[in-house]
Design a protein around this ligand. Sequence first.
Ligand code: ATP
Length: 527
Amino acid sequence: MPASSHTEAGPLGAGTPNTGGPPLLEAHGIVKRFGSLLANDITFFDVRPGEVIALLGENGAGKSTLAKILYGYYAADAGEIRVRGLRKEISSPRDARALGIGMVFQNFTLIPALSVFENVALFQNDLPAIMRRGDLLARMRSYSKRFQIAADPRQPVRELAVGEQQKVEILKQVLAGARVLILDEPTKVLAPQECDGLFRTIAELRAEGFGIVLITHKLREVLDCADRIAVMRQGRVVDIVDRATASQEGLLELMFEGALAAPPRPAGISAQHGGAAVLALKGVSTLAGAGGTALRDLSINIRPGEIVGIAGVSGNGQRELGELILGLRQPRTGTKLLWGEDASRWSTATVREKGVASIPDDPFALACVPQLTVRENLALGTGGRYRAGLALDWQKLDGDMARSFAKLGFPRPHFEARAATLSGGNLQRVVLARELAHDPKLIVALYPTRGLDARSTMTVRALLTGARADGAAVLLMSEDLDELFAMSDRLLVLYRGAIAGEFDPADFRSETVGPPMVGAGRHSDAA
Ligand SMILES: Nc1ncnc2c1ncn2[C@@H]1O[C@H](COP(=O)(O)OP(=O)(O)OP(=O)(O)O)[C@@H](O)[C@H]1O
């Protein structure tokens, strides 16, 4: 059984409170199978008071499954859960909540039309006594202050930014009595400044003796914020390490059973660089649409063999820009040219047939149908490529997709499995394998490494730079400035649907690129 001790002064700065007593939560001998797949085989895992324990592991390692068992969402096939040293049956999230275990999922469960207060109040129905509105409001205000959760109780949730919604989720759980909070990839959807806010809240919770389970793929976050790190591989917790003794290299070795070999470096920028524009937007504006962002007077050129990065806080028009290029929305004014032809009114099918690939920001919502099988999802949007009379040539599709998975170095999922049963990262891999299977000439990639483990992230980055070397044009949208700086030949900042700055590699610094991302220091020399 892995053993470890608390670090003396926690990395979050507050110092680990020495609350003593048994762990808040323990898992012993937990086994969970899905058919023949052993998703969890956990000898031991525990969460102590006043600590952040990170749960790390490659895509499909079993992290979410363990979290869902602890939260009563899945029933384990075997094993025992103890809460404060006592054996407990947790058969539903309701049981878990009654025992002080809360979980914040990747997809929030708030009701957009209701106010913050109503959302929090609705969740409190498990409390033993009916709480009066005034009491709950007072407690809400006090908890918000203590845990640095700035939330106006009257504001409708739909008006909140993603980071604010996440904090309301945390508030809701804490008010309902959670002492253990499981956060499933909480920073996956957050902008950098929102991450800082989340970590401040986590620090306050930790200082008050809460136990936090942080599931993440971001090693820097783990090393900055966790007291202990549990590493999972193929359903097992293979080690629990103290942060004081942990290193990035050591964690990668534990996750991937050995050193992580860097993928071969692509040959560099292709000779085709500088040719005629693959995509040219000329003064394009669009309507906002329901809840969306209007694009305003966008002029962007992308040439073959070029990666143009789009920096910006999510929600500033990235999704709409992707949809515009794909033909899912049309310019109200201005022109969209693809390979020199006016493509403003082209259908999505035509755009895709011409060689445009799309990696959208939310594979579950925008690129996959969860109820369909992996194979059916791999056929989505492939147009006439696999048509054989009235049917589809599934064999050809299987062969192409198997090759694409192999090229990407991703393990091939069962093509018959329903997409809904895949882990988040594995579903993202399916979208990538489909979109990159046929050497696209223009790749529109929104947050393409979101939710991927370190190895898959390296592969995807190498693949995009490799596509550039082969003459493809890439539009890379990301909130991760390190990723953008490492990969882009040029960087545009998107703010409220307009270009707020353009930067060459010599100016790739967060002090320079960061301000226009939040509307400060607006550059007028936009593309
Ligand atoms: N409901 C389900 N039915 C069938 N298989 C499932 C189900 N839920 C998860 N799995 C499988 O269990 C394995 C572990 O999945 P899990 O979601 O726990 O991984 P993870 O470590 O959280 O991955 P990621 O980092 O990609 O989110 C995967 O192979 C996944 O396909």
